[in-house]
Design a protein around this ligand. Structure first.
Ligand SMILES: C[S@@+](CC[C@H](N)C(=O)[O-])C[C@H]1O[C@@H](n2cnc3c(N)ncnc32)[C@H](O)[C@@H]1O
Length: 232
């Protein structure tokens, strides 16, 4: 996953507008739960959504990657971040909103883990609370036989990262090649990302099993759709 690339995460995804996404998210939250005050962002990465959401919510973050969380802590020093897996966590606390954004849910890889993660997330909701999940692609919508490339062009940091997406059974495999240049040197490394290709019915049944009522937003924050589970 994000091992060697963790320190470059923000540069790699410089093209994402987190401010705009967080504003959209806030509007969606208030549409379904106008009184929402507390929020847990699971798989929060470097805390770029929390950076904007903290103005409106008592926010906390959770992620399995310590390097990414360290960047999040620098970005939002007053915020509580939990170093835990979304598949199996118990913070002994409940929130008005639990989020899992930018397709992070697919890193759980298996359907069993999907059910476990969604169950943990739902367990952490107050009555009327919202579980908001931005899914990854399904087997039908995931593209293979293409090459994907992205570039970051900063003054003292330049990155090109490239991969040819593959699907094996119900897993998408991204063997990402990174070429990173600084004034000191140019380095190359490779990282393997494996994400589960869950379909709509699997997301829905994982949420329904926990008793959540589901709303679906076709676009979501980033064009990949969004599930909104509402707890009774
Ligand atoms: C694509 S990044 C998204 C990060 C952040 N939500 C964002 O929008 O920038 C995927 C994130 O999922 C996290 N992740 C993967 N598996 C996880 C797990 N089992 N528990 C918690 N976080 C996990 C990674 O560490 C990474 O931060």
């Amino acid at each position: 996953m994000y091992k060697k690339s963790a320190e470059f995460y923000d540069a790699l995804y410089h093209f994402k507008n987190y401010k705009e996404a967080s504003e959209k998210l806030r509007n969606i939250i208030y549409r379904f739960n106008p009184k929402a005050k507390t929020l847990l962002d699971t798989a929060c990465g470097t805390g770029k959504h929390i950076e904007y959401l903290r103005e409106y919510f008592d926010a906390e973050g959770l992620d399995i990657n310590e390097d990414l969380l360290n960047i999040a802590k620098q970005r939002c020093p007053e915020i509580l971040f939990h170093l835990q897996s979304m598949i199996d966590f118990d913070l002994r606390k409940k929130y008005d909103v639990v989020t899992c954004l930018f397709s992070s849910i697919a890193y759980v890889k298996s359907v069993d883990n999907l059910f476990s993660a969604v169950s943990c997330m739902a367990e952490h909701l107050n009555p009327g609370g919202l579980l908001i999940i931005e899914p990854w692609f399904s087997r039908d919508t995931f593209w293979t036989d293409i090459v994907t490339v992205n570039h970051y062009d900063g003054k003292d940091l330049k990155i090109t990262w490239m991969y040819t997406p593959k699907a094996e059974n119900d897993l998408s495999i991204l063997e990402i090649n990174y070429l990173v240049g600084t004034p000191a040197e140019v380095t190359y490394f490779k990282e393997r990302h494996e994400l589960g290709l869950f379909d709509d019915s699997q997301y829905r049944s994982a949420m329904e099993k926990t008793g959540l009522k589901i709303e679906y937003d076709k676009y979501g924050l980033f064009g990949r759709g969004m599930y909104i589970g509402i707890k009774n």
